[in-house]
Design a binder for this molecule. Sequence first.
Ligand SMILES: NC(=O)C1=CN([C@@H]2O[C@H](COP(=O)(O)OP(=O)(O)OC[C@H]3O[C@@H](n4cnc5c(N)ncnc54)[C@H](OP(=O)(O)O)[C@@H]3O)[C@@H](O)[C@H]2O)C=CC1
Ligand SMILES: CC(C)CCC[C@@H](C)[C@H]1CC=C2C3=C(CC[C@@]21C)[C@@]1(C)CC[C@H](O)C(C)(C)[C@@H]1CC3
Length: 416
Amino acid sequence: MRPNSQGLKHKSSHDTEREFGGTLGAICIPVFLPLTVLFLISVSRCPEASVLKWPPSLPSTDHLWDPLALMVLLGWISLHALLYLTPATAFTFVCLSPSGFHGLCISGVLLLLLVGLGAPLGYLFELLVPLAVCAIAVSFLFSVYLYIRSFCAPSDALALGGNTGNPLYDFFIGRELNPRIGNFDLKYFCELRPGLIGWVVINLGMLMKEVELRGSPSLAMILVNCFQLLYVADALWNEEAVLTTMDIVHDGFGFMLVFGDLAWVPFTYSLQAAFLVVHPQALTFLGAAAIIALNGVGYYIFRKSNSQKNQFRRDPSHPSVARLETIATATGKRLLVSGWWGLVRHPNYLGDLLMALAWSLPCGFSHLLPYFYVIYFTILLIHREDRDERQCRAKYGLAWDTYCRRVPYRIFPYIY
Ligand SMILES: NC(=O)C1=CN([C@@H]2O[C@H](COP(=O)(O)OP(=O)(O)OC[C@H]3O[C@@H](n4cnc5c(N)ncnc54)[C@H](OP(=O)(O)O)[C@@H]3O)[C@@H](O)[C@H]2O)C=CC1
Ligand SMILES: CC(C)CCC[C@@H](C)[C@H]1CC=C2C3=C(CC[C@@]21C)[C@@]1(C)CC[C@H](O)C(C)(C)[C@@H]1CC3
């Protein structure tokens, strides 16, 4: 057996553990999730906006395709590929900031120019369904390309879990860990650039549509736009931290991540803004202040806990983390058992979930749809926590069990 780039030995196709429901999941998820995206966008623009209505509303076939949508999508991905390849020093006005953040700033400047020249950004509302259809199609084609090219990759470039020998499952999970074209890291690019920045551009399009319809943006729309812009800007400012996430370190680059990055994130994470275009909400200043406070608390916990772990992993002797209590593991790495990581085993998930709730609350309580993100995200993070737990137990053995005894709660103190 030959160690791969994850430092682990390849198992045979029979003993590789299958995740996400195995082969059945790999067949159902690529059918079910793209339909879910189209269903949710359709529901968000119906006056009744009911996710429980039967039969479910799906867009009619003549609304699925628009050549303009394909041009916009391919232009957008190409622009970000170009920015990704341009050396950071070329952007002297933001040269001290990380390169993902340049992408966001430059997109912002270009959009302002377009709006200044009279481009109707609000038209994104009409284009949303065909754009999502194109993003789904591009995700499928790109995943097929990744699957085929993975057979030319050396075995130490393959992901541990994506090489079961079952083509459907391997296509879904991803065979190659970090596919590159020269220096261009395809997974890193997709995880942080076109989809994540596309999400805030769609939000802005929804805000402009509201301005077209009602003359000015509502307080609820402004809050949703600002909260989510802060989240995306934070991700791009701290972009190197993504290099330690399980998606980059452990998971292959297959349909699940490609679709997640290019279609799921931009089109389902922007549902609150799309909902508000057709379902305006009256928000009091007191209500808005409470929601801002909730988002602030969530962001504080999310940022502080992520930064504490990143700082500790980078330099454990740094004064900000040197006094924290730790336990040793057999690998030589230490685990934090005080500070944020002594409160619960995933304080960053707790902060992220509080923010998710704050993004839905401006949409009021009359509909379930704006709460889709919080519900989906709770399930995603509980499942992710379980996967991470298994990986950490395999890596750290007894030390991980000691950590779990010291810090018994996973995400919510005294609850879970
Ligand atoms: N908006 C979205 O859709 C999503 C957002 N996220 C967010 O992304 C961020 C990253 O999440 P994710 O990658 O899942 O996980 P984490 O950032 O929580 O990283 C988990 C890893 O941290 C290390 N670790 C765990 N406990 C300790 C400890 N006590 N001391 C030191 N190191 C420890 C382990 O790796 P090691 O020991 O190898 O360093 C473990 O594998 C989170 O804030 C999450 O909320 C995630 C998914 C989706
Ligand atoms: C299609 C499925 C239902 C789910 C696919 C999951 C993906 C959408 C997520 C897996 C991990 C992600 C991360 C982020 C976005 C969502 C996906 C791609 C992230 C970039 C969001 C911003 C954060 O600050 C982060 C820490 C950089 C996130 C990293 C993980």
